[in-house]
Design a protein around this ligand. Structure first.
Ligand SMILES: C[S@@+](CC[C@H](N)C(=O)[O-])C[C@H]1O[C@@H](n2cnc3c(N)ncnc32)[C@H](O)[C@@H]1O
Length: 277
């Protein structure tokens, strides 16, 4: 039987999670948190939330169990070509602007920040390939990061079930995926040629500094900040502002906006913002 989480224990974990991950668990999510913590308790053979809390405190920052807890509490819901209108806007407005601005350096840097199991980063890589590679020798790098180590392993593999690749246009599916065989039958594997432009790395927004040496053209941070409170959102968007190129773009999730968060960006459309030069 799952032990029940007291109000005091809930507050302890809520504080710990917010400090390490940024995610704010509201009181209405107490049952969800209890279920997630209980799975870790049972895995470790512990019989109380207090014992688990003490166990976590004894683990150093970045310790194995803290990572397991983080993997358990993060929400990794995602999809290929999620928020399709934004991908159209990239092709019609964002890429042509960048192609003009960068026509001499031909260098393109993109960050998928909070990439979950990789569908977002591969979708970006496909549209980038369609829009830039045809024109010749662009130096393209896509950094895809997440705090969840299990999601990153999955993303790196690039093997997706048939129902997951349904939103991928059929010509892209042929060009960028291989049909799995043997044990992988019914799955689709991202081709190496597409994967080579993407670097998957663990990064915690609450701990890490910018992973870039030079400015970035587009940052995707979609459906990540919805779990953070206003103060953390502001700090994160401020760091994106400094990481972006002059006139760089910030793509948020369909239900997200920068209203009340940061006025140094203007809305281009479909939750896509441009840094004011
Ligand atoms: C709902 S998914 C969004 C995936 C993708 N961006 C999309 O829109 O389809 C949110 C992701 O944010 C990641 N995340 C949450 N807190 C984070 C943090 N502090 N640092 C880095 N990633 C975090 C989660 O692990 C999860 O994979």
């Amino acid at each position: 039987m799952v032990p029940s989480l007291s109000q005091e224990e809930f507050e302890l974990f809520r504080h710990l999670i917010k400090k390490h991950v940024g995610i704010s668990f509201s009181r209405t999510k107490m049952a969800t948190l209890q279920r997630k913590l209980a799975s870790r308790l049972s895995h470790l053979g512990l019989d109380s939330y207090h014992a688990y809390y003490q166990y976590l405190l004894r683990n150093k920052e970045g310790g194995w169990e803290l990572r397991q807890l983080i993997n358990t509490i993060t929400v990794d819901q995602t999809a290929f070509f999620r928020h399709a209108k934004q991908f159209e806007l990239l092709t019609n407005i964002v890429f042509p602007q960048i192609a003009t601005q960068k026509k001499t350096t031909k260098k393109l840097r993109i960050w998928s920040a909070g990439c979950a199991t990789g569908e977002e980063a591969y979708s970006i890589a496909m549209v980038v390939n369609e829009n830039f590679e045809k024109g010749g020798s662009w130096d393209i790098k896509i950094l895809a990061t997440d705090i969840d180590t299990e999601d990153l392993k999955f993303a790196y593999k690039g093997l997706y079930a048939r129902n997951c690749v349904e939103p991928v246009p059929s010509e892209y599916l042929k060009r960028y995926f291989k049909k799995g065989i043997g044990n992988d039958a019914g799955f689709y594997l991202v081709r190496k040629a597409l994967r080579k432009n993407i670097l998957f790395r663990r990064l915690n927004f609450m701990r890490s500094r910018s992973p870039f040496k030079s400015p970035v053209d587009i940052i995707f941070c979609r459906n990540v900040m919805i779990y953070f409170d206003a103060e953390i959102k502001k700090k994160l968007v401020d760091s994106f502002f400094h990481i972006l190129e002059r006139d760089g773009f910030l793509c948020l999730g369909a239900s997200e906006s920068l209203i009340g968060i940061d006025e140094r960006f203007s809305l281009v459309g479909h939750s896509t913002y441009q840094k004011k030069g």
